[in-house]
Write a new protein. Structure first.
Length: 467
């Protein structure tokens, strides 16, 4: 009797999946998924993804409930639609995230100078070379990060990260969902083209190590809009990593607009991974709250960053975890290691920026022979909220990252509001600096510090400090 029962179930499944070729919308609970928060649904969900994609594609709907799952491989022409009240719950068991062999074999990326292809790459949602894929709806993806972090969230053991990994994909759309409690990076499009992320809330613990929000990596034609992101690391960061074979692609034509961000690290960032080029990047109409660093460009691996605009940004900075330094704006050209290639930063503008901070603005090239070029600050308002102890500040971010290559000057400890070193073509106009209480007055010896600045064009600067 048991063999007959098995054959009958198999026949029903085959009939069910064959019918998907004519179905634009598929209810996953009709194909074996159980939204009870206990049943591991990986196999059932993967079967319906594969069958729907093979039949031409469609939308997989998740009704309200909790769907426990391990790795899901997203195929072409598939939309995952999480209805209100639906939660895709990441398994707490690392074994439910098998290494992605192709990614593991090709050693897809290098992070902070270290190859990441040497260990198994594990993810909740994974797509490789897929086209026309989407994750949407008013539901939630819960990364179950508490299963992988220490109690204080500052260390982690082996974990699935990035949570959503999309490599070599085209026409990617992520709309309106909430993602919370990621155990590492949250969304990572790598070598993708035509990516739209809209109305997404990413809510990670502010102490959760490496819990980046969105990492746009070597990807082109990207729009990120109307998102709310809270992250224990960078909120939105653009990178150009490289493969073990040394292959790099640029990140270009990226717009980030109408987002609200809170970060224990940097809210809007380019770098530090910068093996390829960055060009045609716009950050516009964003609000940054209680973040250690507001806006940052770190070029350390030989790439070129050019045509970068920050417009209409309001920010409040706050030390990471309540202690340390604050940096509202950083532009830094350096080398990760002594043997690293030297890149370039040019044509960067900051326009209509409102800042509440204890920190300083840092703009620095590598040396007098390799300056950053054509940097402009226009209509920047700085309200100081306290006096920072700048003398002991030094951003420890790798060899040759904080020191001038020739003079050994730590520019992060210069007592000034805007610190510019090795800049060719500096333009500053419409700067208004203030503080509301006497005890908030910074201990600056001057407001604008210049070292090795060529052809500066200085307009209106209003500050209650020596210029």
């Amino acid at each position: 009797m048991r063999p007959q029962t098995f054959l009958m179930i198999s026949a029903i499944q085959l009939f069910s999946f064959s019918a998907l070729s004519h179905a634009a919308t598929v209810d996953v609970t009709a194909h074996g998924a159980r939204p009870d928060g206990k049943t591991l649904n990986t196999a059932a969900l993967q079967r319906v993804i594969d069958a729907t994609s093979a039949s031409g594609g469609g939308t997989l709907t998740f009704p309200a409930g909790r769907y426990l799952t391990g790795t899901l491989i997203l195929r072409g022409n598939i939309t995952l639609h999480l209805e209100t009240g639906a939660t895709l719950l990441a398994s707490p068991n690392l074994d439910d995230y098998p290494p992605q062999e192709r990614q593991y074999r090709e050693g897809i990326i290098e992070i902070d100078g270290k190859h990441q292809g040497g260990y198994p790459m594990r993810h909740l949602i994974y797509a490789f070379d897929a086209e026309n894929i989407a994750i949407e709806g008013r539901g939630t993806i819960d990364g179950n990060g508490d299963s992988y972090f220490s109690a204080d969230k500052t260390t982690a053991h082996a974990r699935p990260t990035p949570l959503i990994e999309l490599i070599n994909c085209r026409q990617v759309r992520i709309d309106n969902i909430t993602i919370r409690n990621a155990p590492g990076w949250t969304i990572h499009p790598k070598n993708c083209d035509d990516v739209r992320i809209r109305g997404v809330s990413i809510l990670n613990h502010l102490r959760a190590i490496n819990s980046d929000g969105i990492d746009i990596d070597s990807t082109r034609n990207v729009i990120i809009s109307d998102c709310r992101i809270e992250a224990g690391d960078d909120c939105i960061v653009l990178k150009t990593t490289k493969s073990l074979a040394g292959e790099t692609l640029p990140v270009e034509n990226v717009t980030v607009t109408n987002c609200v961000l809170m970060s224990a690290a940097t809210a809007l960032k380019l770098g530090t991974e910068s093996h390829g080029d960055y060009r045609h990047i716009l950050f516009n109409n964003c609000v940054i709250r209680d973040s250690r660093t507001g806006l940052a460009l770190y070029c350390r691996d030989g790439g070129v960053m050019q045509d970068i605009r920050f417009d209409n940004i309001t920010m409040t900075t706050k030390p990471k975890w309540g202690k340390g330094f604050e940096l509202p704006i950083v532009v830094e050209l350096s080398k990760r290691e002594a043997a690293s290639l030297l890149g370039a930063i040019r044509d960067v503008s900051f326009n209509n920026i409102q800042i509440h901070t204890k920190g300083r603005v840092i703009i620095r090239g590598f040396d007098e022979n390799t300056p950053v070029e054509n940097i402009s600050l226009n209509r920047v308002s700085i309200n100081y909220t306290g006096a920072e102890q700048y003398k002991n500040i030094g951003k420890s971010t790798g060899p040759m990252a904080k020191f001038d290559s020739k003079k050994g000057v730590n520019y992060y400890a210069v007592p000034a509001g805007i610190i510019c070193a090795h800049v060719a073509g500096l333009r500053i106009d419409g700067i208004d600096a203030s503080y509301s209480k006497p005890e908030y007055a910074p201990a600056f010896t001057q407001f604008l510090y210049q070292d090795g600045v060529r052809a500066p064009r200085l307009g209106d600067i209003t500050a209650p400090f020596e210029r």
